[in-house]
Design a protein around this ligand. Structure first.
Ligand code: J2J
Length: 553
């Protein structure tokens, strides 16, 4: 067992780490220990199901053992970083647990990521391999992985899960199915070391990678499983892309496995697909972003749906759930709504299942642990009076103390005494529940998917017809927020259009959710009175000057 930490990781200070261990918050277990323990306890229970697979814990464990050996045969070793870009399929669970067994670190990429995201993530993580699927939603991920590997020299292996209707994978790639081999033993990972790298929402071209340890993440998973009342009868449906922190851990697929329950994978989160999955797999709990929760509620209200009677809890989070929607969800779907306000960096707040209706409908809940510390402060870092809006800062047993190998990001995001500046504007109510009011920065929260204004502006500035561009978040009744690009044309006679701008940004290789929703060509940017460099003031002025934008959707 390695007793040093991964270079680039900022551990908790020793006194806090000791306290978390003494209190039993950090149990000294690894994800691999959990899988082995649950398998030993109940080998025939169903661990994972999807459209094509139904594996017991014993089967999952055996697959993990042989895939770990196969990956080792490819030269993947303890502490190596491996980009994982897979859709919601059973093999996702197999792959990440095989990496855990080896002591290698999955880097959680999303199926929507393209070259523009994967190359910087590959570089920043120092990854040595990519594990992806062949095709997903008509997109050739194997070809994308080959491109990324060509651009990032350290990535020397492309491992591809074959399509279900064919067995071959493209030349130059290794088939995931073919590399499974005879199990072997590997040294156990250190519980206090990094288990994987998660991505920060709204990362720019320089991605912020989030190092989570077995100790800290297992605590958050266990506590989430307790709060969401998971047990061996739980069937958790991964409806959102499973690599997101929310369906991974709040309580997510890892919570379900922690509880000895079942993970069910939905190919997509539309009511048509997910409702069928709920009926087929007997799903008891799932999590959605607000726009999808609205779609599900509307579909259920319209009647004539599959049998959803097994579904007991619906978690909604990732973006602010409007109170009006929150009030509709329970009656429409016959579930208890549980609001969740979390972040991949750590802190997760939940409303509790037995909270009064007013709390469930109008707040985003309270921290999951009594050892979470939260502070609501002003711009100078001073506490605001109780009940007033302010900036949320936090630290605790599962909130990171620094990004992976990124001193510049740490400087901005952490105080000198280790508090994480979430950037969220919140109000802390006297009853301890938080209400999320907005963001301090220029991140657009597009129905749970975050867009960095700065990153998108850089793409737009590369367009020959664009002289300058400012990205502003505008309110939207469906997504909560949409992305509006205010643009100065290079030549006013030929201003850029929404279609050309979207095509241009897409071709630069970025995830589709980052494409602007609206383009407003303006003659000049308003004077802000606070100097040319205040993008924030400029954004506010632009939004105020064009009150029609975003008033419809
Ligand atoms: C308002 N804003 C919210 C909410 C997150 C559970 C749930 C969500 C995430 C997640 C997660 C919000 N109301 N209910 O990791 O484990 C916004 C905030 C927050 C940011 C984090 C989890 N729930 N948000 O969304 O890392 O702005 O995590 O800081 O993707 O989403 O984004 P992310």
């Amino acid at each position: 067992m390695l007793d040093t930490h991964l270079p680039g990781f900022t551990p908790w200070p020793a006194p806090e780490a000791r306290q978390y261990r003494e209190l039993g918050l950090w149990t000294g277990e690894t994800f691999d220990d959990i899988l082995r323990a649950r398998t030993a306890a109940n080998p025939t229970a169903i661990a994972v199901v999807d459209q094509a697979n139904r594996w017991t814990y014993a089967e999952l464990d055996a697959r993990v053992a042989s895939l770990a050996a196969g990956l080792a045969g490819q030269g993947v070793a303890a502490r190596d970083r491996v980009l994982v870009q897979l859709p919601n399929v059973a093999e996702f669970v197999e792959v990440i647990f095989a990496l855990f067994r080896l002591g290698a670190l999955p880097v959680f990429c999303l199926p929507a990521h393209r070259r523009g995201e994967l190359v910087p993530i590959g570089q920043a993580s120092g990854a040595v391999a990519i594990i992806t699927c062949h095709h997903h939603q008509l997109f050739d991920h194997a070809a994308l992985a080959a491109e990324v590997s060509a651009e990032v020299p350290a990535i020397t292996r492309v491992i591809v899960l074959p399509d279900r209707d064919r067995t071959t994978v493209p030349e130059g790639a290794v088939s995931l199915d073919e590399l499974r081999s005879a199990p072997q033993e590997f040294p156990r990972a250190a519980p206090s070391d990094v288990a994987f790298l998660q991505l920060s929402g709204g990362s720019t071209g320089m991605p912020k990678l989030i190092p989570r340890t077995h100790d800290d993440y297992l605590f958050s998973v266990r506590r989430s499983a307790e709060i969401c009342e998971l047990d061996t009868d739980t069937v958790y449906l991964a409806a959102l892309p499973v690599a997101h922190n929310f369906p991974m851990s709040s309580p997510g697929i890892l919570g379900a496995l922690w509880a000895g329950g079942t993970v069910a994978m939905a190919a997509d989160p539309t009511p048509a697909t997910a409702f069928a999955a709920i009926e087929t797999f007997g799903v008891t709990i799932t999590g959605l972003v607000p726009p999808l929760a609205r779609l599900w509620a509307e579909r259920a209200e319209a009647g004539d749906t599959p049998d959803l009677s097994t579904l007991r809890v619906l978690l909604v989070g990732g973006a602010r759930c409007p109170d009006e929607l929150a009030a509709r969800i329970g009656p429409a779907l016959g579930v208890t709504l549980q609001q969740v306000f979390g972040m991949a960096e750590g802190l997760v707040c939940y409303t509790r299942l037995d909270d009064p209706a007013e709390v469930i409908v109008s707040t985003q809940g309270r921290p999951m642990s009594e050892y979470d510390q939260v502070a609501v402060v002003d711009e100078a870092g001073e506490p605001v009076p109780p009940g007033t809006d302010g900036l949320l800062q936090t630290k605790g047993p599962y909130t990171i103390r620094g990004y992976y190998d990124n001193a510049a990001a740490d400087e901005r995001a952490f105080t000198s005494d280790g508090w994480y500046r979430t950037g969220d504007v919140v109000c802390l109510r006297p009853d301890g529940n938080l209400v999320v009011k907005g963001r301090q920065d220029d991140r657009v929260n597009r129905g749970g998917e975050k867009v960095s204004a700065e990153e998108l502006e850089e793409h737009l500035l590369a367009h020959p017809a664009v002289r300058d561009a400012v990205i502003v978040s505008v309110p939207d009744t469906v997504l909560g927020e949409r992305t509006c690009a205010f643009v100065l044309a290079a030549d006013p006679a030929t201003p850029p259009t929404l279609a050309t701008v979207r095509k241009f940004v897409r071709e630069r290789g970025v995830a589709a959710w980052k494409l602007p929703d609206l383009v407003e060509v303006v003659d000049s940017f308003p004077e802000t009175g606070v100097g040319k460099t205040s993008r924030r003031a400029l954004r506010a002025a632009l939004l105020a000057a064009s009150s029609h934008v975003g008033s419809t959707s």
